[in-house]
Design a protein around this ligand. Structure first.
Ligand SMILES: C[S@@+](CC[C@H](N)C(=O)[O-])C[C@H]1O[C@@H](n2cnc3c(N)ncnc32)[C@H](O)[C@@H]1O
Length: 379
């Protein structure tokens, strides 16, 4: 099969974890870059990446890199690409564009030029044209303009890959599924003993940890709903996709030796987490209960503790939350011997209140916020 070039995007800081995942999938010519990783492979490799990547936000398929010193040249060069290989006149499309350091500096204007070129080419060859739909397009074109060169891709994921399909509701300050998956990858729980999230909110970290331990492909829940971009492309290989989905279903483990436990002080958060866990089909391995982290006492067992602490955004939050951070530090020290703990926070000042020396400090971005995942070895 011919090899195509792809770029999987991810949150800043997650690139090495994404690269590890891609390596395990056996892709070719893997190379990390800021905010993602380049790789090459067949269409099947791209389907598999969308189905199995836990930490990627989306997978883009590169169509061409074209010079674009002027809007006219951009238009002409976009018209030379064989769009009818991917999109028919009856489908809808949207163009996302960003510009940097180029003569063309307005991304909205550049997106219009690209859209015009695609639509004109298809109308000239078929007599009718695709419509634009910015909400739920069949085909999403991604254009990245830098230094008068335009990198054109098709978005193979469509809806972002964080939309796994299990989170119908969220509690306070939920973490993105893909970021939770990155925390889980870094925590590297061996599926034995306990995996505890004592401030589980909507249950995202627990669900991602359970999916990983069970070898449950993160894209399975949305696989039948045509929410992956490539499922709407012309030439989509339904048979190949169905085989990959069947294979992924067969690879789910029935059970794991360990147990996942989630607590939260908020009754509502526990109800939401319970619903999400049920939708994900994971009720058999995750237990939930209302509880205060300051009463946590998992001694007598071993395992992993992982959570994201509330970190607030208003002034005054630091003073209000410092006792909670100190309390969590004390509990880890006094009652969690035999565990490894991973605390995620976006407030570096508050992190100091934990009062324990981390064995690792990992920088991860939650959108624009620079955060830390702090590792504590409590042996
Ligand atoms: C940042 S949120 C966690 C979000 C979660 N990771 C998710 O994806 O939905 C922090 C959670 O800690 C809970 N919480 C705050 N103080 C707590 C305490 N003392 N004990 C237990 N839970 C607490 C809040 O109710 C909230 O759900």
């Amino acid at each position: 099969m011919p090899s195509t070039r792809f770029f999987a995007t991810c949150a800043k800081g997650v690139e090495p974890i994404l690269a590890k995942e891609l390596k395990e999938l056996g892709v070719q010519n893997l190379r990390t870059a800021s905010g993602g990783a380049h790789f090459e492979g067949s269409m099947e490799a791209m389907y598999r990446a969308n189905l199995w990547l836990r930490t990627a936000n989306r997978v883009l398929m590169r169509l061409a890199v074209i010079p674009c010193p002027t809007p006219q040249v951009l238009y002409q060069n976009v018209r030379h690409i064989r769009w009818h290989d991917w999109i028919s006149a009856q489908q809808t499309l949207a163009v996302d564009c960003n510009c940097r350091n180029s003569a063309i500096s307005h991304s909205h204007f550049a997106a219009l030029k690209i859209k015009d070129a695609i639509v004109d080419q298809i109308r000239d060859s078929t007599g009718s044209r695709p419509d634009v739909d910015t909400q739920d397009p069949d085909i999403r074109v991604n254009a990245h303009i830098a230094n008068d060169s335009c990198d054109l891709s098709l978005d193979a994921s469509g809806n972002g890959l964080h939309m796994r399909g299990y989170r119908r509701q969220t509690a306070e300050a939920p973490i993105r599924e893909t970021l939770a998956a990155a925390i889980v990858e870094l925590a590297d729980w061996n599926s034995e003993g306990f995996f505890i999230d004592p401030m589980c909110g909507s249950g995202t970290i627990l669900i991602e940890a359970a999916m990983k331990a069970l070898n449950y492909a993160p894209g399975l829940l949305r696989s039948g709903k045509k929410t992956f971009g490539f499922q709407r492309w012309r030439g989509f290989n339904d048979t190949c996709w169905a085989t990959l989905v069947d294979e992924a279903k067969d690879r789910i483990r029935d059970r794991i030796p360990g147990r996942l436990l989630g607590y939260d002080m908020s009754r509502r958060a526990i109800e939401i987490a319970k619903d999400n866990i049920t939708i994900a089909g994971l009720s058999h391995c995750v237990r939930l209960a209302k509880g205060n982290v300051l009463k946590l006492n998992p001694s007598g067992h071993t395992g992993t503790i992982a959570c994201n602490l509330p970190f607030g955004e208003r002034s005054g939050d630091v003073e209000a939350l410092a006792p909670l951070y100190k309390g969590v530090g004390d509990i880890l020290k006094q009652r969690c011997t035999g565990y490894k703990a991973y605390l995620f926070t976006g407030n570096l000042k508050l992190a100091k209140s934990i009062g324990l020396r981390p064995s690792r400090r990992i920088t991860l971005y939650n959108g624009p916020i620079e955060c830390r995942l702090l590792e504590y070895e409590l042996y």
